[in-house]
Design a protein around this ligand. Structure first.
Ligand SMILES: Cc1cc2nc3c(=O)[nH]c(=O)nc-3n(C[C@H](O)[C@H](O)[C@H](O)COP(=O)(O)O)c2cc1C
Length: 481
């Protein structure tokens, strides 16, 4: 594989882990630990302490196959992933840039993920250490870091998404696949949306056909990040693989599956090949979720496994889902959402679209160079049209969207409840399933911009950039550190 020109210094999960370790951002856990709850509790506690990546090398009953966790949770880790400075805004710019500059993927004859191949009676999903993460979880979850690959039966466009996937027995999985554009709620779009796995499955089921699916596990982190993020196909039909290529600055290398014509990442640690059984549903859950609640799906899709391929000495990679988890969902979704607003709505004056951690994807704060009085509402409508969030706060371009104090100062100072706060578009409830957290379906738009309001705002008493840089350059002289 050609080395990437950009700052990405690894080509697969293994090389990323080596870099983490060399920078003391990874610790090996050699004490024996239990897959049932103990690993989940260690990961949760370490995440709250903003701890390092954890490589569990001594898992009860699993000598020889390690499990790595907590590899995408800190800014220092994400800076290495994207080859950027350890600064959230700089990482964010890389995300938007990669989405906007996708690189076609490259298919090759074979790859490391084919080093060992298992079929028939040799298939055993319990071979790899897969935790029961939370105390009320109903089983072992392989699919929190796996990229589930399917393709559109009509267009052939591939899609990769991350979904909770529970082991039912040695050769059967249950998957909670809903996706970012639930059926019946797809935004009208001039873009060629690939449709997620659920659309592929339902199209095939209508003809009584199974849907080929592959779970790529232990992928290079850029692919893991593309997988859990909505990546609408661009006008060339490029999706997650090509967005990851854009971030890397080099093509994602793919190989064909053994039992279907799906393309999967050549350097993944483990590939589970199978098919979603047509018109069969099976219970999945409960499973502790990123909403902070347990979720379960009594009508999950059933996956029959046909083949497992893996690298020699495979490494498992697991992720505990919780409010603060090992996955920068909001950062990635923010980048993906801004890219959508630019490409679909032409809103190039948007400086940043930020989905804050609180509100779990229900709120977006958008800073923009406002050109006229009607612009904040146009931005709100575009945000709702693209299904980004229920609450939309629009602020001027000089606002730091990551700073609640700055955002709320503008809301309190500039948003007149009679004129500047409007009700958001009602959407059909996202979740129609019992046992699943279902947030309110209606939101609100808050125009907290100041530029074109009737109120004439006095000058803002911020220290100017020039004065600030002068003071910063003399900071040592003041001896204030
Ligand atoms: C750790 C993690 C777990 C997720 N679990 C689910 C899930 O169980 N079901 C689901 O529909 N989406 C889940 N998602 C969100 C999807 O991966 C995301 O919406 C993705 O864009 C779906 O792609 P699709 O719209 O192409 O299907 C999860 C994301 C992450 C990062």
């Amino acid at each position: 594989m050609k080395r990437a020109k950009a700052g990405v210094k690894y080509r697969d999960l293994r090389e990323y882990l080596e870099i983490l370790e060399s920078k003391r951002l990874l610790k090996r856990v050699k004490t024996e630990v239990d897959l049932r709850h103990e690993i989940g509790a260690i990961c949760a506690m370490s995440l709250d302490r903003r701890g390092p990546a954890l490589l569990f090398e001594n898992i009860k009953g699993y000598r020889g196959i390690p499990l790595v966790c907590n590899i995408l949770s800190t800014t220092a880790q994400l800076a290495l992933v994207f080859g950027a400075e350890a600064d959230e805004e700089k990482i964010y710019s890389r995300i938007v840039h990669g989405m906007e500059n996708r690189i076609p993927s490259a298919t090759q004859g074979s790859g490391p993920c084919k080093e060992e191949i298992y079929r028939g009676n040799d298939i055993d999903l319990y071979k790899f250490p897969t935790p029961v993460w939370h105390e009320l979880d109903g089983g072992q979850y392989v699919g929190t870091t796996a990229g589930c690959v399917t393709k559109d039966p009509k267009t052939g466009i591939h899609n990769m998404g991350s979904y909770r996937v529970m082991i039912k027995d040695r050769t059967t999985l249950a998957a909670n696949i809903k996706g970012s554009h639930p059926v019946g709620e797809r935004p009208s779009s001039s873009l060629r949306l690939s449709g997620g796995a659920v659309h592929h499955i339902l199209q095939n089921e209508a003809k009584g056909l199974p849907t080929p699916i592959a779970l790529a596990m232990g992928m290079d982190p850029l692919l893991t990040l593309a997988s859990g993020t909505p990546v609408p196909a661009d006008d060339k039909g490029q999706t997650e693989y090509e967005a990851a290529g854009g971030w890397r600055g080099a093509a994602t290398e793919l190989v064909r599956c053994e039992t279907s014509d799906l393309l999967v990442p050549a350097n993944a640690e483990i590939i589970i090949e199978g098919e979603v059984v047509a018109n069969v549903r099976t219970a999945e859950g409960p499973h502790g979720e990123s909403t902070g609640f347990y979720g379960e799906n009594k009508e999950g899709f059933q996956i029959k496994v046909n083949c497992i391929t893996h690298r020699k000495n495979p490494i498992s990679y697991g992720l505990i889902c919780r409010v603060f988890e090992d996955y920068p969902r909001t950062l990635l979704r923010s980048g993906s959402f801004q890219s959508l607003l630019i490409r679909k709505n032409g809103l190039r004056n948007i400086r940043q679209a930020y989905l804050p951690e609180v509100g779990r994807l229900g709120m977006v704060i958008i800073s923009a160079k406002i050109g006229d009085a009607g612009e904040p509402r146009r931005i709100m409508r575009a945000a709702w049209e693209n299904g980004g969030a229920r609450w939309v706060i629009v602020v001027d371009e000089d606002c730091d969207v990551r700073d609640w104090n700055d955002v709320m100062w503008r809301v309190c100072s500039a948003a007149d409840p009679k004129k500047d706060i409007i009700e958001g578009l009602a959407r059909a409830p996202r979740s129609r399933m019992e046992g699943e957290f279902d947030p309110p379906s209606c939101g609100m738009g808050i125009d907290a911009t100041m530029r074109f309001k009737e109120t004439k705002f006095p000058p803002v008493n911020e220290v100017s950039r020039e004065l600030m840089s002068k003071v910063v350059s003399r900071w040592r002289e003041y001896r204030l550190d």
